[in-house]
Design a protein. Sequence first.
Length: 292
Amino acid sequence: MTDTPEYTPPKVWTWDSESGGKFASINRPIAGATSEKDLPVGKHPLQLYSLATPNGVKATMMLEELLAAGHNGAEYDAWIIDISSGDQFGSGFVDVNPNSKIPALMDHSGDTPQRVFESGSILLYLAEKFGAFLPTDPAQRTEALSWLFWQMGSAPYLGGGFGHFYAYAPEKFEYPINRFAMETKRQLDVMDRHLAENEYFSGGYSIADIAIWAWYGQLVLGRLYSAAEFLDVTSYKNVMRWAEAIDARPATTRGRMVNRAFGDDLSLQLHERHDASDFDTKTQDKIEAAKG
Ligand SMILES: N[C@@H](CCC(=O)N[C@@H](CS)C(=O)NCC(=O)O)C(=O)O
């Protein structure tokens, strides 16, 4: 064990300083809006307010899959929410998600606009609205939902636990890195054993796969926390096979591009999405840029 300074918790916790580490400057122990700021509304019934983090790409992968499958009602406007500068605390965003986290969706297609927050809830809402990417067979549907909720309960150990202490905390502490690396590897083994017997999590490609891929698929493909080697991800052969198959889907690539405003690969960044042709425009921009 490394030496860490002794800390005795006070009787009552108080917020008197930033805890340090990435995102520390925007974290605070109270909810609600900190500024008045309306959200933009585009031309489509579905308005997504998000960022291409693992939770964000769940929504855009699903919307792009729906469009690819011919569900034209899934056309959407995607607006970027810059969580590092506090956009999630604007009054308009808090009206859509009182929890101030991306992704958040507004559906204006009915008489009364419907807000949807929590990525798992957004996936289920869209699957039910369009009757797609969720098995109709009751047993398979229940199994798919079990895996969807498994992801929602498990990923905080990967992101808030392992990722935070391995990549974002101001110092490296052995105890939490060990604890959450062990839990993350246990989760990968849970997946690997299931995927040894099943091509996808339940009854064909579904919202369970989308949710799980966004975190664990991207992790084993080396896109999260630079931790692939540390976690020896290639030993989870069935997870690797499944992750690569989903990565090869064109809708996955488009979903990853939408609302991406970070990373070295600029060709993957489509900050806002308002029309399917935005992806082509992007290609055109790149061609023009290459010409100089
Ligand atoms: N359980 C939520 C978690 C969403 C979440 O943690 N979003 C992060 C980005 S991945 C966020 O908006 N963070 C901003 C903040 O914590 O202030 C979901 O799945 O939608």
